[in-house]
Ligand binder design. Structure first.
Ligand SMILES: Nc1nc2c(ncn2[C@@H]2O[C@H](COP(=O)(O)OP(=O)(O)OP(=O)(O)O)[C@@H](O)[C@H]2O)c(=O)[nH]1
Ligand SMILES: [Zn+2]
Length: 346
């Protein structure tokens, strides 16, 4: 796992500022830190955070409700994203016009990041505290994009998340060819298909999500919304704007949203369809570690091999078949990624 960025682990230990002149009584709208209640951020929309408060969140026993909140000044410029555990003060009643304030952001145990492209210095945390990255790809219509999948795998390994491949539309295309490509990687996978009213593979997918926070990523059109609606029927992902699971928080397709699985079995975090998955934040020298099928082949590389040079031992390793039938395309994928990260065009 790559080293964490210090900013992720800043304990935003927000204290109420003492009154400037001695013992000014605390005003009502500035409660002490002890009054803060824990919550889980399920959606973010233009500076308004939808936060689930109550049962099962943070261990305190409170009636469960959805609270809309804004960031308190103390939080500063620190970003708060879906999946964050926070503490709230102010009007946490969850009433129609209630607005609470987030005064504390808890340290994150994991983060999924993405950059706009591979050289972009601005990295974006898309989701906090996920356990699993669910990479959704259609087997056909649209065609699978192995390089995008490889990038998502790198992002998952780099963030310390368990990857899960979900291959949709198996009614259109047999999955065996595609699966042989990923066989040497031992990535767990689920194959799904819809037909009439039926949804094959959905139960197997549900089993993989139990008790976990799973982020779904995929190219537009792969059937991600169809999956999410199958898993969380109240989500109505493709149909309406108002989300009955997260309450009234309006979610647009431009940001992630956390949806609770029926029976409180876990969380699905749906993200907008991606075209690319920028990896500027991944240490260039560690990218090879995220290709576990190829890494053993680097033993014979010259010292400090870039793995994109003539002397690189990977060509021979792959040619000898030791990386399996997908070896050549995986090596191409690795090298394209290395070049893109070095600023050369992909
Ligand atoms: N044949 C077939 N079509 C499917 C399957 N799953 C979804 N589709 C269709 O694929 C199309 C895209 O599905 P969506 O669920 O909207 O895909 P998405 O990934 O959410 O796409 P965006 O909303 O653009 O991000 C729809 O017409 C679905 O009906 C499947 O298993 N088999
Ligand atoms: Zn090499």
């Amino acid at each position: 796992m790559s080293p964490r960025h210090p900013s992720d682990y800043d304990e935003s230990d927000v204290r109420v500022r003492p009154g400037r002149r001695g013992s000014r009584p605390r005003s009502k709208d500035r409660p002490s830190h002890e009054d803060a209640i824990p919550g889980f951020v399920t959606a973010v929309d233009r500076g308004r955070y939808t936060v689930l408060v109550g049962a099962g969140v943070g261990g305190k026993k409170l009636p469960e409700r959805v609270v809309i909140a804004m960031k308190a000044r103390e939080i500063g410029r620190k970003g708060i994203v879906v999946g964050d555990q926070v503490e709230l003060v102010g009007d946490t009643s969850g009433g129609p016009d209630a607005l609470a304030r987030i005064v504390k952001l808890s340290p994150r145990k994991s983060v999924l990041r993405r950059t706009a492209d591979d050289t972009d210095p601005v990295e974006r945390v898309i989701v906090a505290n996920p356990d699993q990255l669910v990479i959704v790809s259609a087997l056909a219509n649209p065609e699978p994009r192995p390089r995008l999948i490889d990038r998502c795998l790198v992002a998952a390994y780099d963030a310390g998340l368990d990857p899960l491949l979900v291959l949709t539309k198996a009614d259109l295309q047999d999955p065996s060819d595609f699966l042989s490509h990923y066989a040497p990687l031992d990535v767990p996978y689920i194959v799904t298909s819809t037909s009439g009213d039926g949804f094959d593979g959905l139960e197997a997918l549900q089993d993989k999500l139990i008790g976990r926070v799973s982020v779904f990523v995929g190219h537009s059109g792969v059937g991600k919304s169809t999956l999410v609606n199958g898993l969380v029927p109240e989500a109505h992902r493709a149909i309406g704007n108002v989300n009955v699971v997260t309450g009234r928080g309006r979610h647009t397709s431009s940001s992630a949203v956390a949806l609770r699985l029926p029976g409180d079995q876990g969380w699905v975090i749906d993200t907008p369809g991606v075209r690319s998955f920028g990896l500027a934040h991944v240490d260039l020298h560690r990218i090879i570690e995220h290709f576990p099928d190829l890494e053993p082949g680097t033993e014979k590389c010259p010292r400090s091999c870039s793995h994109d040079e003539e002397e690189c031992a990977l060509d021979e390793y792959v040619a000898s078949g030791q990386a399996g039938s997908a070896g050549p395309s995986r090596l191409e994928s690795l090298r394209r990624l290395l070049r893109a990260r070095s600023g050369e065009s992909d």
